[in-house]
Design a binder for this molecule. Structure first.
Ligand code: BDP
Length: 596
């Protein structure tokens, strides 16, 4: 799925700004057809933003159900004759969209884009009203799953099985954009290297509105010099003396794709940044460009005060700056696909990304133990079932469709901490791994394995290419006892190395830390304890050859639901929520910069 871009044949307009907003407290809006008129009792809301923390109102923050967004915009008169598309980069978690009185699309899944051709409804030069109803409800059939419970206090409460606040709303840009009537609908690139020669295999999908249209492509280097060209909807480009995309150096070529009419005139033009690199797992090594890669970085969140999960360039650029300051080279999009701007930025800066679906919380043991959910089996007719699996399959499809061309993405993470010890789990996940490999055979796949799912009980890992471990020795296990934690951690890693002979990547480890709490001895919650805990993990990693990476949980403190194990959110950040370094940040910088 192509991002909207301005090209010689295409235009785009962001609809970001202040929209009208109404919380549908009694769930009347759909029956009363709120899309047919200006929203009743509307207030203004910024888009993009989560709506939860904007209004200083617990009823808005904790609302379960529909909210309504509406804006009016004039379709540029110059767009006459073009195909006009309305696109939401994200609506969390599901939405229905109308243009004036007509429903144009519905979408489930809070972190991937969706769009509709609205040419017939958007007369250039006239004003259109765009209305979206957005629901934050999670059920057994959504990704991520959740369930809505009635409380004794007479309210509806969204039970989540995830350790981050269930922010909702329009978190990313809403676009109106054009393409010609015949247009480039999709592009897929796959890259390869043979010594100093690079290869770009491309495949262009065309929607032709009658007439012959031919495809031609030109690959240009960063100085805009053409280095290879071809004609035809699919083909292979060869690049002599190729400059690779590599960690720390996000070198990008530009693939200019043109759709041409029979007389040679340009019908449509689209440009795709292309990084030429390879990714492969061999034995216990994770190879980028055939060289062993060691991941240094974090699990992150899209999370900030007031804005919630809104994408914002200010924070994005700052976070990447802090990654560089630390000497980090990678991160995981825990626990959902991040805004495409983030992947574009990672492409340009040579930051390596593990791209994760929103499948977090498929694990009843954890949900009951940590989040106080009612006990239930993870997989059953009434809980996670075939309908959920289908939603999960769609989530993988939409992730790959959106992110397949990003050189920064080197690994798909199918799920975070699913139940992974029963035959039901294997039956649920095996078809999903087949689907992921069918969609993209060029990247390894993994899932973040939960503590307790040790190699003797795990039933999933043989389906995946890497072992991704979330481990909390020294925190949830052996709290306050780092000496015992070290023994237990090393024993478990050694068992993993012996059981699978695959690369082992630590996708989470860490401990909650109150900034400013200091101690002369390493007591839990103090900055000193976080430093010691991380150092303990690092000693063990350095002793085990199969460990190919360290992603600390978390880059920064973040908001969670209320609960007795969280004080104003999760405090495992190496930075505070407003990006002040804790002592651990300085310690990490010494380790990671020394290794770079
Ligand atoms: C893991 C989850 C992560 C949590 C973390 C924690 O993957 O989302 O925030 O534990 O407890 O279970 O801090």
């Amino acid at each position: 799925m192509l991002r909207p871009r301005e090209t010689s044949t295409r235009d785009r307009r962001s609809l970001d700004g202040l929209w009208r907003f109404a919380v549908d407290a009694d769930g009347r809006g759909r029956d009363e057809r709120w899309w047919t008129a200006p929203l009743p009792d509307a207030r203004e809301i910024p888009v993009p933003a989560s709506y939860n923390d904007i209004f200083a109102d617990a009823d808005v923050r904790d609302h379960v159900g529909d909210v309504w967004y509406q804006t009016s915009t004039r379709v540029p008169a110059g767009w006459r004759g073009e195909r006009i598309v309305l696109r939401f980069d994200a609506a969390t978690h599901s939405a229905v969209v109308w243009v004036d009185g007509t429903e144009v699309m519905a979408h489930e899944g809070g972190y991937t884009p969706f769009e509709a051709d609205i040419t017939g409804l958007a007369e250039p030069g006239t004003e259109v009203r765009i209305t979206a109803v957005v629901s934050n409800v999670l059920t057994w059939h959504t990704i991520p799953p959740g369930s809505v419970v009635e409380t004794a206090g007479g309210r509806r409460r969204q039970q989540v099985f995830q350790d981050f606040f269930n922010y909702a709303g329009l978190h990313r840009t809403v676009w109106l954009y054009t393409t010609p009537r015949s247009y480039v609908a999709d592009i897929t690139v796959l890259t390869d290297l043979d010594g100093s020669t690079g290869a770009v295999r491309y495949d262009v999908e065309v929607e032709a509105d009658g007439g012959d249209a031919g495809v031609s492509v030109v690959l240009r280097d960063a100085e805009a010099r053409p280095v290879a060209q071809a004609t035809g909807a699919a083909g292979e480009l060869t690049i002599a003396d190729v400059r690779r995309w590599q960690p720390g150096e996000g070198y990008l070529y530009d693939l200019a794709v043109e759709l041409r009419a029979g007389d040679g005139s340009t019908v449509d033009a689209y440009s795709l940044p292309v990084g030429i690199r390879t990714v492969r797992v061999e034995g216990t090594r994770f190879l980028i460009n055939e060289e062993p890669f060691y991941f240094r970085g974090f699990g992150k969140h899209e999370d900030a005060a007031v804005r919630g999960k809104a994408h914002e360039n200010v924070l994005m650029v700052h976070d990447f700056t802090l990654l560089e300051w630390l000497g980090a080279n990678s991160f995981r999009t825990s626990h959902y696909p991040y805004a495409e701007e983030v992947l574009d930025h990672a492409d340009r800066h040579g930051i390596v990304v593990i791209d994760e679906t929103a499948a977090v919380g498929i694990n009843s043991g954890l949900a009951a133990g940590v989040f106080g959910a009612e006990p239930h089996p993870t997989f059953s007719d009434d809980t996670v079932n075939a309908v959920t699996q289908e939603a999960h399959r769609r989530a993988i499809r939409e992730l790959v469709a959106r992110d397949k061309n990003h050189p920064c993405v080197v690994l798909w993470s199918i799920a975070n901490e699913p139940e992974s010890v029963t035959p039901e789990s294997r039956a649920y996940f095996e078809p999903l791994t087949v689907e992921a490999r069918r969609l993209d055979a060029s990247r390894p796949i993994g899932f973040a394995n939960v503590m307790g799912s040790t190699p003797d009980v795990d039933v999933l890992t043989d389906l995946f290419d890497v072992v991704m471990l979330n481990r909390y020795y020294g925190w949830y296990a052996n709290p306050g006892d780092l000496a015992s934690a070290e023994v237990a951690l090393e024993a478990e890693i050694t068992a993993w190395a012996a059981a699978h002979g695959k690369p082992i990547l630590f996708t989470e480890y860490g401990g909650d830390t109150l900034p400013g709490l200091h101690d002369v001895v390493p007591n839990m919650w103090s900055e000193e304890y976080q430093v010691e805990l991380l150092a303990m993990f690092h000693r063990v990693f350095d002793r085990v050859d199969a460990v190919v990476g360290e992603h600390i949980w978390n880059f920064a403190d973040f908001a969670t639901a209320q609960g007795v194990i969280r004080v104003d959110g999760n405090k495992k950040g190496v930075f505070t929520r407003d990006r002040r370094p804790k002592a651990a940040a300085h310690a990490l910088r010494r380790r990671w910069r020394a290794g770079s």
